[in-house]
Design a protein around this ligand. Structure first.
Ligand SMILES: C[S@@+](CC[C@H](N)C(=O)[O-])C[C@H]1O[C@@H](n2cnc3c(N)ncnc32)[C@H](O)[C@@H]1O
Length: 310
């Protein structure tokens, strides 16, 4: 099934404000890219504009290229979004979009191993050419490292207990499938908490496999570099770890940096060490309406933050 894009109108409305270059760093099924192209067309800006859609998943690139083949002002590129600055000059882009996490297509294709509801080889790679998969993370990380991954990326309170069980089990034979892993995790949680625990554990392993937080941390300064003055970055996140990275980056960039010197020696600085480079467009994140959540339950945790380059 096609991925239903979250916060579609809110995102395009905030992002598309003039003709020019737009970078969709998370092309997926191309829903957001298509909406950007349509909005450009509605405003009569399409001929003077271009949209580059980046994804690291071959299936996503194939599906989105097929969907958007009628647009000559669109191109799909296989890359990590942390490399997006390769596709624009400095101070060129009007907008950059990062709609984080996995797509419904990736979750629904059981054999990709993203879902604990479908039995498959432990995989979870967004980029099928990458060598590290969930199999290596589950079978080859030390017990301590596994506990740390579950704690840091899943905020899982039973991280040590689950890591211990995994380590005990794999001493007998490697854990090959999502259902084997799910059974071990379920045995560590009371009945009423099993689904939530599974969701946290699978999220944590997926984040580790795809270096999702590192990608976001590296991408934001690159995106800022490519933006022209007045250009905007829009980030849609689905859990607090991602949202915090976007929030902190936007806050840091939207404030003058006076360093620790300010007032310390009675000699207040006349100029900040670094001036603000962005202003916040969304002081609080935009969240989906009840109507959108009813129609698309996977959008329920979406948070959109937007900031503009000064
Ligand atoms: C939530 S989906 C995007 C859905 C898309 N906005 C749409 O309307 O169909 C996220 C997509 O971003 C891709 N992705 C996630 N992290 C990435 C990264 N660091 N570099 C490139 N692509 C990434 C995933 O493979 C997935 O296809």
């Amino acid at each position: 099934m096609r991925h239903a894009p979250a916060l579609l109108n809110e995102t395009t409305e905030a992002l598309v404000r003039s003709a020019g270059l737009y970078i969709d760093g998370t092309l997926g099924d191309g829903g957001h890219s298509e909406a950007i192209l349509k909005r450009l067309a509605q405003n009569g800006w399409l001929d003077a504009s271009f949209v580059i859609g980046i994804d690291r998943d071959d299936e996503a690139l194939r599906a989105a290229s097929e969907r958007l083949k009628g647009y000559k002002n669109f191109r799909a590129e296989k890359a990590n979004f942390s490399e997006l600055a390769r596709y624009a000059k400095e101070n060129e882009a009007c907008g950059v979009l990062l709609d984080l996490g996995v797509s419904s297509r990736q979750i629904d294709e059981g054999e990709r191993g993203f879902s604990f509801q479908k039995s498959a080889r432990l995989d979870m790679r967004m980029n099928q050419a990458q060598s590290l998969s969930a199999w290596e993370v589950v079978n080859q990380s030390s017990e301590e490292k596994l506990a740390e991954i579950l704690w840091k990326y899943g905020e899982e309170k039973k991280s040590r207990r689950i890591a211990k069980r995994i380590a005990e089990r794999r001493r007998l034979k490697p854990i090959e499938t999502t259902s084997e892993l799910a059974d071990i995790v379920k045995a560590c949680a009371p009945k009423g908490e099993q689904i939530k625990t599974l969701a946290r554990v699978f999220q944590a392993i997926r984040i580790e496999v795809n270096d999702e937080l590192g990608e976001l941390e590296r991408a934001l300064p690159e995106a800022l570099k490519t933006l022209r003055s007045g250009g905007r970055i829009a980030v849609i996140s689905y859990h607090s770890l991602e949202d915090r990275i976007a929030k902190d980056f936007f806050r840091e960039q939207s404030q003058d940096d006076w360093g620790y010197e300010k007032g310390l020696k009675g000699l207040p600085l006349k100029e900040p060490l670094r001036k603000a480079t962005m202003k916040l467009v969304t002081k609080k994140p935009i969240e989906p309406s009840e109507k959108e959540i009813n129609e698309n339950p996977r959008a329920r945790s979406a948070k959109l933050r937007v900031a503009e380059k000064l």
